[in-house]
Design a protein around this ligand. Structure first.
Ligand SMILES: C[S@@+](CC[C@H](N)C(=O)[O-])C[C@H]1O[C@@H](n2cnc3c(N)ncnc32)[C@H](O)[C@@H]1O
Length: 261
């Protein structure tokens, strides 16, 4: 059955065996994250098998020199389907702060444009009950920031042990139905596709939505998601993406990475 509209009052906070928290939506019968660990799942699927792949590809490819006076800017555009708790965003920020010590070059600015969409924002009571505040000083400000407006976080140097790198993050939370998202043709380096599962929300995994996501990727861009459902892989291949099946998180057999040549 396709549920066209969900009711946020039917969500509740859950705590998993590893102590991490998430939201469970009984209308859908699914939690926002794996019951084997919300934080660990997000890290595994979207950070280790998503962001890190893009960061590693950039090493050694972008800086032209080490001229002291010249500051280069490296830009990474990330598009997320399903903002939810904001966990993927704060883990992305944390990873970038770590990466600035090892992967980026001195005298470089890393500019991240992170756009994420959702139709059902969390209430303050919900987002403050998840214990994610302890993961990032930016968690609450990100939730409090208005929707449909770009805001910028300038990550202070004292948080970045390498004094020279600067990270500027432009964030836009777009309030919209994934089915209506118009797209950002060939401008995205990395897609986090994090809708509820294809069994429970098949309408968000339709060929049209996946084709549109593929169109949004730049050449060399990466689409990453926790699912490896057949219809998803077929749609990605139909758009010419190279689909790689990776080991899934926890008990899940597989997840997908798909590259645009
Ligand atoms: C698996 S959760 C996302 C988890 C999120 N990335 C996180 O880190 O917490 C799926 C999300 O899709 C959103 N959603 C469900 N139906 C939607 C729709 N039709 N359009 C936009 N967002 C939708 C839900 O509100 C929920 O936030």
């Amino acid at each position: 059955m396709i549920i066209t509209h969900l009711h946020p009052q039917r969500r509740k906070i859950v705590t998993f065996d590893d102590g991490s928290k998430s939201l469970f939506w009984d209308e859908i019968g699914e939690s926002y994250h794996s019951s084997q660990g919300s934080i660990e799942e997000s890290k595994y699927v979207f950070i280790y098998n998503g962001l890190d792949t893009i960061l590693e590809k950039r090493v050694g490819t972008s800086i032209s020199d080490t001229d002291d006076t010249h500051v280069n800017t490296e830009t990474i555009n990330i598009l997320e389907y399903g903002f939810g708790t904001g966990l993927n965003l704060i883990l992305t920020l944390n990873r970038l702060i770590d990466a600035s010590q090892t992967l980026l070059y001195p005298k470089k600015t890393l500019e991240i444009n992170y756009e994420s969409m959702d139709l059902y924002p969390l209430t303050e009571k919900e987002y403050t009950s998840l214990d994610y505040e302890k993961l990032s000083p930016y968690y609450i400000p990100i939730h409090k920031a208005p929707w449909n407006k770009t805001f910028t976080l300038a990550i202070p140097n004292k948080l970045i042990l390498n004094n020279y790198s600067t990270i500027k993050v432009n964030i836009k939370k777009t309030l919209c139905d994934i089915r209506d998202f118009k797209g950002k043709l060939e401008s995205v380096d990395l897609i986090y596709f994090d809708a509820f599962s294809p069994s429970n929300q098949p309408e968000l995994w339709s060929p049209e939505i996946i084709y549109n996501a593929a169109d949004n990727l730049k050449h060399g861009g990466l689409f990453t998601t926790y699912s490896a459902r057949g219809i998803l892989k077929t749609s990605l291949r139909e758009k010419g993406l190279i689909v790689k099946r990776l080991k899934g998180f926890g008990k899940k057999h597989h997840m997908v990475n798909a590259y645009k040549n």
